[in-house]
Design a binder for this molecule. Sequence first.
Ligand SMILES: *[C@@H]1O[C@H](CO)[C@@H](O)[C@H](O)[C@H]1NC(C)=O
Ligand SMILES: *[C@@H]1O[C@H](CO)[C@@H](O)[C@H](O)[C@H]1NC(C)=O
Ligand SMILES: *[C@@H]1O[C@H](CO)[C@@H](O)[C@H](O)[C@H]1NC(C)=O
Ligand SMILES: *[C@@H]1O[C@H](CO)[C@@H](O)[C@H](O)[C@H]1NC(C)=O
Length: 482
Amino acid sequence: MAILYTRIVFLLFVFFLSSSAFASFSPADEYLVNCGSDVDSTVDNRRFVGDASASKVKFFSSEGSIALKGENLALNVPQIYRTARIFAQQAKYKFNVREQGTHMVRLHFNRLYSSKIDLNDALFHVTVNGHVVLRNFSGDDKDSSSDFESRVREFLIWVDVGEVVIRFVPSKDSNFAFVNAIEVISAPKDLIGDAATSVSHDGTEKFNGLAKQAMEVVYRINVGGRKVTPFNDTLWRTWVPDDEFLKTGDGSSEKTYFTGRIKYRSGGASREVGPDNVYNTARVGKRSNGLVDMSWDFKVSAGYKYLIRMHFCDIASKSLGRLYFNIYINGNLAYQDFDISYAADDVLASPYYIDFVVDATADDNNSPSGSSITVSVGPSNKTNVDEHGVDAILNGVEIMKMNNSMGSLDGYVSTEMILSTCPNRRNLSIFIAMLAFMCIFMSFYIVTQRKKVKDQYGWTKLSMDILEDNPKSGNQFAARKA
Ligand SMILES: *[C@@H]1O[C@H](CO)[C@@H](O)[C@H](O)[C@H]1NC(C)=O
Ligand SMILES: *[C@@H]1O[C@H](CO)[C@@H](O)[C@H](O)[C@H]1NC(C)=O
Ligand SMILES: *[C@@H]1O[C@H](CO)[C@@H](O)[C@H](O)[C@H]1NC(C)=O
Ligand SMILES: *[C@@H]1O[C@H](CO)[C@@H](O)[C@H](O)[C@H]1NC(C)=O
């Protein structure tokens, strides 16, 4: 009897272990919005709800806005980047959230080509709850690569008020705001802890209150590995390879990868903190290859604190207790004799992360607003010099900008300043009426030109959207445009 009982307990235990190890995270709050679209679209098995169809406009409110369809788009452009919502005046999206805590807010921007609206006139501010997250933003890609993931701006916002309110505010009367897609997702509880180690010239000290800072993800790097796309990440993030950030090009570092199972463990990093694809690749440094330090350099803007999360997983050592190394931030010793086996509870291939905080001050090598953060790992005095093994390892790095004392992530401005100085009285109607007129005119023109072509064009559909969204009257926007 007792044996049977233990067996059942054991089976339950195994079942629990295996199911919890592979269960994917399901957030309490998850909103995915395909802005300016009247249809839903699925990207990487995730359904983005179109905000243009009347029945679904629950979280969106604006006096006047336009649902815009891009023209001349390449075939490979994902659905969510084919439409945008345009705002000529202050507008907001409001999402009710059930869970208090950190929420991931991702905004997608793709400056569409349209013959009706010139998106080069886009210039706007964005606030999320009490934080300015983008100021005088043009919606341009971070780097002008054709990579769609680079069009995402990601913010981590602590929410205790039961809602996430995202406001779009045109910079001037002659400007407008736009957005292509929005994600609001509650983060797992363990994603952002409250304490970190602050590193400076003067040494290290404890930093508390991390969880409640607003943050912008500026770099998310899979060291020694390939790009990880939202499809393969537990929280739908993108991680990029480290090659362009690696400073030491002297061959003292080598890439390594692991084909076994990453052993996630409570007390270490969870699969939501970093997916297998990040922990199963790394760069290792060997003194036998002439290693001094392995360093990575990241350009950042000065005047902010940054959270630097370094991801470690010993996928290179043959046995425990052999790998010790030092960690430096901007050349300052941040962690001496890091004992990766001890940190991972004496388990190989078990992930762990460390959070550091630094102040980025303007440096002479960059423009007044520019700064850089260097992270390095190098041999420790504890390493046995006679061994020709691995002397340092790094699997991933994330760098997140923290809000300044004004609560802003983009300049010395507060949300109050942004919301009060910006025009709020404008209305789109005349502009829309003109657009509608142009559309009718052009439809007529095209119909007469191409009687035989039967397919429907995007712009005819657009004119419908505009009329549906059309509010009242009186418009400076149109006057300006005229
Ligand atoms: C946006 O840019 C304009 C022009 O450079 C400037 O006058 C204005 O102060 C900026 N707005 C904010 C909120 O920084
Ligand atoms: C997901 O990861 C697997 C294994 O690393 C890879 O083969 C595949 O191409 C990835 N898929 C996407 C969409 O990134
Ligand atoms: C390593 O040892 C050398 C010589 O004993 C000492 O000067 C140095 O400060 C030590 N470095 C670290 C990081 O412990
Ligand atoms: C971030 O903003 C909050 C107020 O929203 C403020 O209490 C906090 O001190 C700011 N963080 C920093 C690092 O200045």
